[in-house]
Write a protein that binds this ligand. Structure first.
Ligand SMILES: [Cu+2]
Length: 359
């Protein structure tokens, strides 16, 4: 999505706009795989539905009916993917790479991480494949985690087809910034710096053209915990992104953690009274902002996670690319609660999910 005027112009000049993709070229390739496209504007918010799987399950009619005006998307995402590729966003939510820990002679902790850039095809929605450039084979890449003051050694190997780097947010020397040391295919580089300060950060490739290296998928979350850990909670990582599957400079799909509508089809289970903490990172390319809104609740917002005192209590937060924040909340009553981007278009194109809260 870009400016409205640009879209209008493109709508006039190009028959294959994003909607054209959804209704036209995309429909053909998707139907081959047994998936049926549902119009997102004329028929409600639904995007995709695996028709064959639903019919087999005897659930087709109910789901199809629900697609015409129900609150959420219809269809069920197969997992693992029919192709056997892609990642599992449910596992990604709670998976943290804390590295290989060594206690140094001075008593400090050293953490070593291994990140390999590799070209990989990922499946971002049922039957929709995207030729990604990845860190360790997934989009987003692994969530790196450490404690403030730890010495980090990130061993980066480029097995991709283009030069890449890893640029970390946070404080570090200039020669560890992932900008000047371009790592060619087959090359390697070790980034070494102490984790500072505590907060929520991210990493991404910083090779030109930057827009391309980011939107192809080279990014991930980077958590630096305070010396005294935050209060105990169920912790989730959510990386917001988009996929320009027809390479026209606009996103066709929006996701958290790489698969459109994943948490709408597989709600995240929670308990009443369970403290929840979300590490939220925006790495959406092409669009100026992305956002998260939780329904029927409010959260404490810690901007960038660099303070242990919350910034405000709200139900919606907007982030530009590279911004991130920590959210904390608890549900009081059981039920199914929606969360989604409050750019309605993003929500309709895959950035929507639910929490299933039980007593
Ligand atoms: Cu790159």
């Amino acid at each position: 999505m870009n400016m409205n005027m640009k879209r209008m112009w493109k709508g006039i000049m190009e028959p294959l706009t994003r909607r054209g993709f959804l209704y036209g070229a995309g429909a053909g390739s998707l139907s081959l795989l047994g998936y049926r496209l549902l119009g997102r504007e004329e028929k409600g918010p639904s995007l995709l539905a695996p028709a064959a799987a639903e019919a087999a399950a005897g659930a087709h009619d109910a789901r199809h009916d629900a697609a015409h005006g129900a609150a959420g998307p219809a269809g069920r995402v197969a997992m693992p993917w029919p192709s056997g590729k892609g990642m599992d966003p449910m596992k990604f939510l709670t998976t943290f790479d804390s590295g290989t820990v060594t206690r140094l002679p001075n008593g400090n902790v050293q953490r070593e991480y291994r990140i390999v850039a590799v070209d990989a095809e990922v499946e971002v929605a049922p039957g929709v494949r995207f030729a990604a450039w990845t860190y360790n084979g997934t989009v987003p890449g692994p969530t790196l985690r450490c404690t403030v003051g730890d010495l980090l050694k990130v061993h980066f190997l480029n097995e991709g087809s283009h030069p890449h780097t890893i640029h970390f947010h946070g404080i570090h020397p200039a020669n560890m910034d992932g900008v000047f040391e371009q790592v060619p295919p087959g090359g390697q580089f070790t980034y070494e710096f102490p984790a500072d300060p505590f907060g929520l950060f991210l990493y991404h490739c910083h090779t030109m053209p930057l827009k391309k290296h980011v939107h192809k998928g080279l990014y991930g979350a980077f958590i630096v915990d305070p010396a005294t850990p935050r209060p105990k909670a169920t912790e989730f990582v959510m990386v917001m992104n988009g996929f320009d599957t027809d390479l026209n400079g606009e996103n066709e799909f929006y996701t958290v953690n790489g698969v459109a509508n994943y948490y709408a089809e597989r709600p995240i289970p929670l308990k009443v009274g369970e403290p929840v903490r979300i590490y939220l990172v925006n790495m959406t390319e092409f669009d100026l902002v992305n956002s998260l809104h939780v329904h029927a609740n409010m959260f404490r917002l810690y901007r960038t996670g660099t303070s242990l005192t919350h910034f405000e209590v709200t139900d919606t937060v907007m982030l530009c690319q590279g911004e991130r924040c920590i959210l904390e909340f608890t549900y009081r009553t059981p039920g199914r609660y929606m969360f989604h981007a409050h750019q309605s278009e993003f929500a309709e194109l895959g950035w929507m999910g639910f929490f299933d809260v039980t007593a």
